[in-house]
Design a protein around this ligand. Structure first.
Ligand code: NOJ
Ligand code: NOJ
Length: 439
């Protein structure tokens, strides 16, 4: 990472009339672009740890306070999915061959943990790197996991199909056999039959029905429908798409007319009870990770914009580091009532991946406006997105590393060091910023 250079560019551009857009990169967007390889290499470092099975992905290298040395199904899927997006857009042959090897190992590891006996089967949230199930008490099941895992494996299947490798897809990823015997179909069967169940949210704290989980389930089922159709598994295809349509109806029930934002959980059945605002960046993450660019909840939907604005306004007055005014952008946390600080529960902090989510959402919003010819407004939105990127860059370690959280008072990195998901967020934000966002 190039922090001093970043600041030099920032100072120069901040005082000149910048024309934002693809031809004239902003400092934030150049920073993102320059860090793509850094982020991809970081993600590879989180894969196949020497004391685990090939293809296991650690959430972060720390084994104590907090212990993140596990294969979390969610984090692993987000990490590998971001690597695939990088792979698809990169011409770096040597990095790409490493990525190919690691992704294939991830598919094998996923195959393995799908078969391991665990407390909740395919909804099980995390595994040891040796492939064993984690058996201690935990918030389970977490049904976003199998949806995200399906999305990542379908992504790989699509890349292989594009390269004429249908044989590989049929052998390793998807066959129509029922009961399901291939990894993608196993996850699709599970989520298509269980999306109405109560499960824990992506923050592993609240049991109920979640906007995030349903958004990613919808995407997995639509892409599952497309893959099943291409491979002539027509009965399954029809079942998946019908479930996806039903989920769309359910998602509209998350709009809170009184509060004027999408709430994160309905029908709560357990877990912590102090999330009274029900306002959560998980909604934005759901819109990002479930984005199909197909007209469902588009980025210029007023309800989506209101949700983004409510989150930013709330976090602006939440943390001391947001009240000082000299640093660009706003540092964003998970949700206003959060208490989780890594090892203590003495108050929540902003998170890089949450701050990047607002940036990425705004980049996609800007491109949506551009598609509709609203160029001037789009450029203003791009500039606003840039500020959230600058904010993350500002709080990063000098060597570019990103920990899970940013201390709300000091601005120092805190909690799990070197969190993989952060680098996945950097990569996808970078691709979104350069207009390479939609599959
Ligand atoms: C660990 C989880 O990963 C985190 O999201 C949560 O806030 C705490 N446990 C408390 O449940
Ligand atoms: C805590 C986060 O809340 C959860 O989303 C994540 O999966 C784990 N940490 C591991 O990174």
């Amino acid at each position: 990472m190039r922090k001093p250079l970043f600041f030099l560019i920032f100072v120069i551009t901040a005082f000149s009339p910048v024309i934002y857009g693809r031809s004239c990169e902003s400092a934030a967007r150049s920073w993102l672009e320059q860090n793509q390889e850094f982020a991809a290499s970081k993600l590879l470092q989180h894969m196949s740890p020497s004391d685990g099975l090939p293809g296991a992905v650690i959430a972060a290298p720390s084994r104590l306070e907090p212990d993140y040395y596990y294969h979390w199904v969610r984090d692993a899927a987000l990490v590998t999915d971001a690597l695939m997006s990088f792979y698809d857009h990169s011409s770096d042959q040597s990095l790409n061959s490493k990525i190919r090897r690691q992704i294939n190992a991830y598919i094998d590891y996923s195959n393995h943990i799908q078969l391991v006996t665990s407390q909740t089967g395919l909804g099980e949230p995390k595994f040891y790197v040796n492939g064993n199930a984690y058996q201690q008490p935990w918030g389970r099941p977490q049904n976003d996991g199998p949806a995200l895992r399906a999305i990542s494996m379908i992504h790989w299947a699509r890349i292989q199909m594009k390269n004429g490798n249908e044989k590989f897809v049929r052998e390793k990823l998807y066959t129509g056999t029922y009961p399901a015997s291939s990894p993608i179909k196993k996850d699709l069967e599970y989520i298509s039959h269980h999306w109405k169940d109560s499960s824990f949210d992506l923050w592993e704290e609240v049991k109920g029905s979640h906007f995030y989980t349903l958004m990613v389930t919808r995407k997995a089922l639509i892409q599952g429908y497309q893959l099943a159709s291409a491979l002539h598994d027509d009965g399954a295809a029809k079942w998946y798409i019908n479930q996806a349509k039903e989920i769309e109806y359910e998602l509209n029930n998350f709009w809170d007319d009184k509060r004027q934002y999408f709430i994160t959980t309905i029908n709560q059945s357990g877990g912590l009870t102090y999330k009274t605002s029900n306002l959560d960046v998980a909604v934005i993450l759901g819109l990002l990770h479930g984005d199909m660019h197909d007209g469902f909840l588009p980025w210029d939907d007023a309800r989506v914009i209101n949700t983004i604005n409510s989150l930013v306004a709330s976090f602006k007055q939440q943390y001391r580091i947001n009240m000082q005014g000299s640093i660009p952008g706003v540092a964003i946390g998970r949700y206003p009532e959060d208490r989780y600080a890594g090892t203590h529960f003495d108050g929540g902090n902003p998170w890089p991946l949450c701050t990047l989510a607002i940036a990425e959402a705004l980049y996609r919003y800007a491109y949506t406006l551009k598609e509709k010819g609203r160029i001037i407004y789009a450029d203003a939105v791009l500039a606003r997105a840039d500020e959230f990127v600058q904010r993350v860059s500002f709080h990063s370690h000098a060597n570019g590393d990103l920990d899970e959280q940013i201390d709300r008072d000091t601005g120092q990195m805190t909690s799990a060091p070197d969190l993989g998901w952060n680098y996945a967020a950097m990569l996808t934000t970078s691709l979104s910023a350069s207009g390479h966002l939609w599959p």
